[in-house]
Structures are given as structure tokens and as C-alpha cells.
Design a protein around this ligand. Structure first.
Ligand code: CDV
Length: 318
């Protein structure tokens, strides 16, 4: 183990039901924070939208009803005990929540908090899945495109606790561009939270593929970008709507080194060697030596999905 190591944790949340209060959820987060600190951890990653149920599954006609899911300040009265306890114990954390800005803009947001209990940085989810229109015939909805704007902060990284952190949120983890930008900005650790329904409402999908794809994207991203990935689920059945667990810590080798075994509140921990990624960065993934950005322009010029110049063969739509 190199001297440049940090014990880090993932704090998975079991279900949060509509009737559960912020205060009750924060008490659960504080309890996991204490468990991680008692184990010697200096950082813990919590889930996406960690303070409420996954409300984008519900259509609300009445804006006033939706308003109750957002935080207009962070920390606030309900979450202050988590920030205070982090400062008392000297442990940093990642927390996802629904953000309402002073301009009444709404984002799916995460914050990185230092071991002094002060916010170091903020990220707003870029890859919003789902739909914006009402589809009442579905078994449940996925209305992130209705309830949030696309994040406007890009993919920033933050120096904290002797390393460099990046953040992404749930569906972002399926997109290689997110991790690549974070790695190019020097991220050693990427913290991410998620709420992933077990049932795919858009097409028939064997249930085992949900977990397979979840791990596949993060393990390959960890290796290809020489980063630690801390992935934290909110899972189990929220008022009957099931979301998968599978929270894990992934090394820059792409290997899962710790994973949860329940679909409830659970803390996993690992001594992370923060120099491990450097081995790959100096060799197989030495970006400066081997990347060829002159051939990647299309990635930022176009979203894809349409015919593009230079495409060869099979150009007729079938
Ligand atoms: N909260 C999410 O972003 N969930 C998506 C689902 C809809 C596939 C995910 O990528 O897990």
C-alpha cells in the first residue's frame, strides 16, 4: 500500500418512502457517516437525490406538490446535522439532492463536502434520462426531463483531502465522455450516486442486464480513466417501486474491491491507494502520448444518432 492512500466508503440507502421526513433520512445518513468514520474512513459517498423518495417516478399536475422535493439552500435546517457531524468527525462526503436556485431553476445536483463540513464543489447532472410528457399508461414514469434542467456546470474537478475528486450522477455513469473529461481534469476519484429502477419502462429487458450494464460501464470507465469510482445506490422498494442495489468501490484496475450485499442502508469501505491510477496513466493510458484528439472532433461537434459526413457504407436508413 502506497503512503498516498485514503480509506473511503460508500453509504448505500435503502428505500425512502413518500411519507418519510428529511429529518429521518438525515439521521440515517449521520448513522452511516459515523460508521464510516469509526472504520477510519475519510470520505463517504451517498446516493443521488438522497433526501427524498425518487420523485421523478410520479407525475404531478400541481407545481406546489413538486416544490416540496427541492432544497433551496444547502446545508439547510434539515441537513445541517450531517454537515456538523462530518466536521466533528473529520470526514468528507458526496451528497445528491434536488436543487432549487434563487432564480427558480431546478437541477439534479450533488455537492462535495470537505472534512471541515464545508462545501468544496457542486455538480449538476448533465445526462438526464426519461421523458417530459405525461405517460400515465406506464407502470411508473421517469420524469427527470420534466423536473430538472440539464446541468450547466460541465464536469469540474475539485482538490480536496490531498486528492482530486470528480462527481457525476446516475445516468451520467453510462456515458464515457463524462469520465474522460473528469480524468483529463485530473480526477483520481469519481463519486457518483444513483437511483436505478429494476424494471425498464421503455422496452423489454431481462432484469439481470440492469445490474450487468451498471457494473460494465463503471468498471470499464475506472480502468480507461485510471480512477477510483465510488458508486452509491438508493435501492429496494420505495412505496412498491423497486430499484437495484449493487453499490460498489471500483479500483483503477477496473476491479470491484468492495460491494454491498443488501438493498438497505449499508456501508462498505476500502483502503484506496491513490497512486494506483498513476501506473496506468504513465503507460497504457498516457493521454499525452497516445490520445489522438485530431480524430475525435466529431464527438463534440455532434450528439450522434444522425448521419454524419465521412460515414462509409450502410448509409441508407433501413
Ligand atoms: N436516475 C437515473 O438516472 N436512472 C437511470 C435509469 C432511468 C436508467 C440510470 O441510468 O440508472
Amino acid at each position: 500500500m502506497s503512503s498516498n492512500s485514503m480509506k473511503m466508503a460508500v453509504g448505500q440507502l435503502g428505500p425512502i418512502h413518500l411519507a418519510d421526513s428529511r429529518e429521518a433520512v438525515v439521521a440515517r445518513l449521520v448513522s452511516m457517516l459515523r460508521e464510516a468514520a469509526a472504520g477510519g474512513c475519510k470520505f463517504i459517498a451517498f446516493p443521488e437525490l438522497a433526501l427524498t423518495t425518487f420523485f421523478p417516478r410520479y407525475w404531478y399536475d400541481d407545481e406546489a406538490e413538486v416544490a416540496g422535493f427541492y432544497e433551496s439552500e444547502m446545508p439547510n435546517a434539515a441537513t445541517q446535522p450531517l454537515f456538523d457531524e462530518a466536521a466533528r468527525l473529520g470526514i468528507g462526503f458526496y451528497l445528491g439532492y434536488a436543487e432549487l436556485t434563487p432564480e427558480r431553476r431546478r437541477f439534479n445536483t450533488s455537492v462535495l463536502v470537505g472534512p471541515d463540513g464545508v462545501i468544496v464543489g457542486k455538480y449538476r447532472k448533465v445526462h438526464l434520462p426519461g421523458h417530459a410528457d405525461n405517460r400515465p399508461t406506464l407502470p411508473f414514469q421517469h420524469l427527470e426531463k420534466r423536473y430538472f434542467e440539464v446541468g450547466d456546470l460541465g464536469f469540474p474537478t475539485f482538490a480536496s483531502q490531498g486528492t482530486t475528486f470528480g462527481m457525476c450522477i446516475c445516468n451520467d455513469r453510462r456515458w464515457p465522455e463524462a469520465y474522460r473529461v473528469l480524468a483529463m481534469r485530473g480526477a483520481d476519484v469519481v463519486a457518483l450516486g444513483y437511483n436505478t429502477p429494476s424494471h425498464n419502462i421503455y422496452y423489454e429487458e431481462p432484469p439481470h442486464l440492469r445490474m450487468f450494464h451498471h457494473r460494465l460501464v463503471m468498471q470499464s470507465a475506472a480502468y480507461q480513466n485510471c480512477i477510483w469510482v465510488l458508486a452509491s445506490a438508493k435501492c429496494g422498494a420505495e412505496d412498491g417501486f423497486h430499484m437495484h442495489g449493487g453499490s460498489c468501490i471500483i479500483a483503477p484496475s477496473g476491479e470491484i474491491v468492495a460491494q454491498t450485499s443488501s438493498e438497505d442502508d449499508e456501508v462498505i469501505q476500502h483502503h484506496c491507494d491513490l497512486d494506483l491510477g498513476k501506473r496506468y496513466r504513465k503507460t497504457v493510458f498516457n493521454f499525452a502520448r497516445h490520445r489522438r484528439p485530431e480524430h475525435y472532433g466529431l464527438i463534440t461537434e455532434s450528439a450522434g444518432g444522425e448521419q454524419v459526413a465521412g460515414q462509409q457504407g450502410g448509409t441508407e436508413p433501413s
